[in-house]
Write a protein that binds this ligand. Structure first.
Ligand SMILES: [Zn+2]
Length: 101
């Protein structure tokens, strides 16, 4: 299926920040956010990746939700329970899909 060929095909290569901060790490970082940690560094990395690599999370349909999560968490608020749970499930599902390829 050419439509689902993985984020590495949709991510621009050679971007300065993408060299060391790839899509895999973005997903891992989102897990950290869900567990309650959000440093300014994390937020900045995620934000920059989303800007530089629009195909990445959009590919998973998670972009808007993750942006909402970042906005919420980084203001020191608790992410709404519903958002947390939905993200957990969707990230788990997409991670499983990718590993199964
Ligand atoms: Zn990406």
């Amino acid at each position: 299926m050419s439509e689902f060929s993985g984020p590495s095909d949709t991510c621009p290569d050679g971007g300065e920040s993408l060299d060391y901060y790839g899509c895999e790490q973005v997903i891992a970082e989102v897990w950290t956010l869900l567990d309650g940690e959000c440093t300014p560094e994390t937020r900045e990395r995620l934000r920059r990746h989303l800007e530089a690599c629009p195909g990445c999370l959009k590919h998973y349909g998670l972009e808007e939700r993750i942006k909402a999560l970042i906005a919420t968490k980084c203001q020191g608020e608790k992410a709404p329970e519903g958002l947390r749970e939905r993200l957990r499930m969707e990230i788990r599902r997409t991670t499983i899909i990718r590993r199964g390829q």
